[in-house]
Each structure stands twice: as structure tokens, then as C-alpha cells.
Design a protein around this ligand. Structure first.
Ligand SMILES: Nc1ncnc2c1ncn2[C@@H]1O[C@H](COP(=O)(O)OP(=O)(O)O)[C@@H](O)[C@H]1O
Ligand SMILES: [Mg+2]
Length: 352
């Protein structure tokens, strides 16, 4: 196992800078998830760690070694991709053992590692099959098995679940977490899926346009988003945003609604207010309320999503399933003032 350190990491293709001075210290044994929208530089960053892509500027360390100039095979990492390209004519066991054979690992030792990994992944009964005889989820487990048997210092995962359907994705995700708990190897995991990031990560790195927007535990990025971008990216349904102005000790929205202001703000300051759908309340449980008109009501069984306008914004509230509303009906929705997020209207950064 090893720590991974990225210092001022840059990547440009010609004149286009893709990764912009990323600084990140990953502890030995940590599971860090790089998350962000498509094209923000996640794969490029991971591929630089793997040695599949050259570094334009900056330093990558694995353990205490600077690896910038080392070819992939000397970095002691194993990578699992979305496209897991197994050898179709080899059995599962042969696929898993191939890299060990190439590296001259003793046959009995290789056999032991394959059996261990297969048991851990629940594919021990599939070792004699060929990839064509496996389901997508099973193939992805074989791809993980192939990485595990190498006992690398660091695992690199690039969207390994993207080709699986929703149910399988959840299952294999749980498996990856169990695996990490069992073997404790450092993992850098890339995904565009914030649920995957939240459920798996010790720490989440949110990337935007090749730059780090925030690094924190799932709890930190959910409860203390550093920007409108992070607030909107983490959480589902997404955080609601509405413009407001500080007026005395209240936040005033267009259209006459207002909420008490917990922080002191300069009179007249324009802010963006962020409220998560799950932080709207029944009026009986709330010290503050907004008078709004229901637009669309979506029962989910466990909860009901209610969409309504606040100023110029459309908000979504996650309400108890017992709520009874008609489209167009004006109702009072409660808000917990301590759960409101405030962002500067021009920088879109959190106001602390
Ligand atoms: N070989 C390349 N040449 C030029 N541009 C590239 C190359 N590889 C990736 N890019 C660009 O770099 C950006 C980041 O890509 P990538 O790291 O794959 O994003 P992500 O994995 O976050 O979706 C994208 O805009 C992509 O088009
Ligand atoms: Mg990618």
C-alpha cells in the first residue's frame, strides 16, 4: 500500500489546458473519489497517475517515489476501466492470472491469489468459464479480480460501473466498498456519479474544468458545500437555488417571501440561497415558512416531491407522502433556517 501525492499537476494538449495545477495528498489506504461532470479532466488525471498519459508539469509521487518518468508497469498500480477488455478465449482463471504469469509469479502462488480474489468477489464458481458465458456484472468482477491478484500499491478505477444497469451498479458498488474494507489498499476512483462518490469515498474531490472545486468527506461536501457548483452537484434531487437580498435581519426573495438571516450580511447584499429538497419541512416542525404555489406534485411512495416557484426560481421540496396538494394550490412550506446555504451572488462561493 502507498500514499499518492499530486503536486501542481498540469496537463495540456497543445494550447488547451485540461488539468490545472491539481494539489492532492492521498493517504495510504484511503479511498478517494474524483467526481465531476464529463470532460472535467478526471480520466486524464487518473491516466497521468497510471503513467498512460505524460505529465505537462508538476509531480506525482506513489509512496516516496516520484513516478513522473516511470512507465506504467513500474508504478505498482492496477487499473480497472469501464471497458474491461477480457481475453475472450481465456477462462476467467486465465484472465485473472495472466498478468502474474507475465511477471513470472510462481504458479502455486498465482493459483492461491486467484482463488482468494475469486472468493472475495463471489466468482469462485466461474473460474473455468469464458467471458462470453458471463453476465456484465460478472465480467466486471473478473476485471476487478484481475487487478486484485496483482496486489498493487494502488488501485485506479475509471468509471468501472458505467456499463452496468442500475441494480447491478448498486451491487458492484457495495462490493467495491467491501473489498476496500477487506484489503485496505489505496484506491483512486473516478466517476461522474455523485451517488457513487458519496457512498464509496473516504474523501471526495470535486473537479470542475480541470481544477479542484472542493475536497472533503462526504459529510463535509454535503453539509458545507464550498460553492454553488458543489451544492448543486452533490445531493439528489439537487439543491435548490434562489436569488435573495439581505434586508435587515431577513433574506428577501422576489415576490414578497422572506426568511430569517442567521449570519450578519451587509444591508442590500445580493446572495444566492441554497436549500436542499430534504430541508423543507411541514409547517408544524418549522420556525420559518414560505407561502408558495404548488406547480407539480410527484409521489414517490416514500416521499412526495413538490415543485413550486420562489421568486424567479423553481424549487423542489421533498415532503412526507401524506401531504395532500393540488397543482396551483397555495400552501405554506416550512424551512429550517440553520440548513440554509448562502453563496455570494457574483463569485458563487459559500459565505462563511
Ligand atoms: N488525447 C487528447 N487530446 C486532446 N484532448 C483530449 C485528449 N484526451 C482528453 N482530451 C480532452 O480533455 C478533456 C478532459 O477529458 P477527460 O479527462 O477524459 O474528462 P473526464 O474523464 O472528466 O470526462 C476533455 O475536454 C477531452 O476532450
Ligand atoms: Mg472519463
Amino acid at each position: 500500500m502507498a500514499s499518492v501525492s499530486l503536486q501542481k499537476l498540469d496537463k495540456s494538449y497543445g494550447a488547451v489546458q485540461i488539468v490545472r495545477g491539481i494539489d492532492l495528498e492521498i493517504a495510504d489506504g484511503e479511498l478517494v473519489v474524483l467526481v465531476g461532470p464529463s470532460g472535467c479532466g478526471k480520466s486524464t488525471t487518473l491516466r497521468m497517475v497510471a503513467g498512460l498519459e505524460s505529465v505537462t508539469d508538476g509531480t506525482i509521487r506513489i509512496g516516496n517515489r516520484v513516478v513522473n518518468a516511470l512507465p506504467p508497469r513500474e508504478r505498482d498500480i492496477a487499473m480497472v476501466f469501464q471497458d474491461y477488455a477480457l481475453y475472450p478465449h481465456k477462462t476467467v482463471a486465465e484472465n485473472m492470472g495472466f498478468s502474474l504469469k507475465v511477471r513470472g509469479v510462481d504458479k502455486a502462488e498465482a493459483e492461491r491469489r486467484i482463488q482468494d480474489a475469486a472468493r472475495m468477489l463471489g466468482i469462485a464458481h466461474l473460474l473455468d468459464r469464458r467471458p462470453g458465458q458471463l453476465s456484465g456484472g460478472q465480467r466486471q468482477r473478473v476485471a476487478m479480480g484481475r487487478a486484485i491478484v496483482r496486489r498493487p500499491q494502488v488501485f485506479l478505477f475509471d468509471e468501472p460501473l458505467s456499463n452496468l444497469d442500475a441494480k447491478l451498479r448498486g451491487e458492484v458498488r457495495t462490493e467495491i466498498k467491501r473489498l476496500h474494507q477487506a484489503i485496505g489498499t489505496t484506491i483512486i476512483y473516478v466517476t461522474h456519479d455523485q451517488v457513487e462518490a458519496m457512498t464509496l469515498a473516504d474523501r471526495i474531490v470535486i473537479l470542475k474544468g480541470g481544477d479542484i472545486e472542493q475536497v472533503g468527506t462526504p459529510d463535509e461536501v454535503y453539509n458545507r458545500p464550498a460553492s454553488v457548483f458543489v451544492g448543486g452537484f452533490i445531493g439528489s434531487p439537487a439543491m435548490n437555488f434562489a436569488k435573495a437580498r439581505a434586508e435587515g435581519d431577513r433574506l428577501a426573495f422576489a415576490g414578497g417571501n422572506s426568511l430569517p438571516l442567521a449570519a450578519r450580511l451587509e444591508e442590500g447584499r445580493e446572495v444566492i440561497v441554497g436549500i436542499r429538497p430534504e430541508h423543507f419541512l411541514n409547517t408544524a416542525d418549522a420556525s420559518s415558512t414560505l407561502a408558495v404555489a404548488a406547480q407539480v406534485i410527484e409521489p414517490l411512495g416514500s416521499d412526495t416531491l413538490v415543485h413550486f416557484a420562489l421568486g424567479e426560481a423553481v424549487m423542489t421540496a421533498r415532503m412526507p407522502p401524506t401531504i395532500r396538494l393540488e397543482p396551483g394550490q397555495v400552501f405554506q412550506v416550512g424551512v429550517d433556517p440553520t440548513k440554509i446555504h448562502l453563496f455570494d451572488a457574483s463569485t458563487e462561493k459559500a459565505i462563511l
